[in-house]
Design a protein around this ligand. Structure first.
Ligand SMILES: C[S@@+](CC[C@H](N)C(=O)[O-])C[C@H]1O[C@@H](n2cnc3c(N)ncnc32)[C@H](O)[C@@H]1O
Length: 273
């Protein structure tokens, strides 16, 4: 851990994002969306940030979004909406549609035997991944999180989904034991987003990915496109990891839709590496 903490002190690259208010969200009922029309005091389950996000998202939606606005404003709108109101199959899901669609392309292209999602929150992404594997006809999804109480039965009951509850780094050995040596594994890291933890997760799980396979580090946009999240965060963790692991590279072609929360975060293990 000492090395990881040292590596995370890599200076942040300049970014153009405007200051943008963000605070940690807290647990919300997974299948109940807050009503953005209600005043804050009428939504006692919401933090001020969530209320603010919903209100801002709704106002911008009502205005049909000013698409001539700076991209940083549009990203802020999208961030607010994806944190507070995005669902998959009715389950709250912290994912922007462009990244979700790219994951879909990746899954159908690589047809992984196992997908490990680290950080599950309400489990919407777990279910989305499992449904794609249903369409393919094979594969399993392993969800790792310190807390699975928010995951509804619809997700838990899916036969392709297995939940491993605990700190991601500490559970890495247990997850590795659930994966076959020849399995193609796709890892998606979306947990605490601190640099030290993201780097530790990369180091603990990268060995599961075979040459040619992918490890997606989410939210590298933190302070590298959007002034939000831990600093240093996932971006710095990826830079540190790539410095020490020459058999990995960022596949920027996975950012083809222009807007991604994972700039430089679609990591591919080089074939033969
Ligand atoms: C951004 S949410 C995950 C959102 C989810 N991937 C989705 O697409 O909807 C982050 C999650 O990471 C979990 N988490 C935070 N630190 C963790 C750690 N050290 N190990 C495992 N999970 C962690 C939190 O409990 C939370 O559920």
């Amino acid at each position: 851990m000492k090395k990881a903490e040292t590596d995370c002190s890599i200076p942040a690259l300049p970014c153009r994002a405007r200051p943008y208010r963000t605070e940690p969200y807290h647990a919300l009922p997974c299948q109940t969306l807050p009503n953005p029309a209600l005043p804050y005091h009428a939504e006692p389950n919401l933090t001020m940030w969530e209320y603010y996000s919903m209100g801002k998202a709704k106002r911008q939606m009502d205005d049909m979004l000013d698409l001539s606005a700076p991209i940083s404003d549009l990203l802020a709108h999208w961030q607010a909406h994806s944190l507070s109101a995005t669902t998959y199959a009715g389950i709250r899901t912290v994912k922007t549609p462009c990244d979700a669609w790219m994951y879909q392309q990746l899954v159908f292209e690589r047809r992984p035997a196992v997908i490990v999602e680290i950080g599950n929150w309400c489990g919407g992404t777990l279910l989305m991944l499992a449904h794609w594997l249903d369409a393919i006809g094979s594969g399993r999804v392993i969800g790792v999180d310190v807390e699975h109480s928010r995951v509804p039965e619809l997700v838990r009951a899916h036969p392709r989904i297995e939940l491993v509850t605990g700190d991601a780094v500490q559970m890495a050995g247990q997850v590795a034991a659930m994966v076959g040596v020849a399995d193609e594994v796709l890892v998606i890291e979306d947990s605490s987003h601190t640099c030290a933890n993201t780097l530790a997760v990369l180091q603990a799980y990268a060995g599961l990915v075979r040459p040619g396979g992918y490890f997606i580090v989410e939210d590298t946009i933190c302070h590298h496109g959007l002034a939000a999240g831990p600093q240093p965060g996932p971006w710095e963790a990826v830079q540190a990891f790539l410095l020490e692991r020459r058999d990995w590279q960022a596949d920027r072609s996975r950012e083809a839709f222009g807007v991604t929360w994972n700039p430089g975060g679609y990591l591919r293990r080089i074939a033969g590496g």
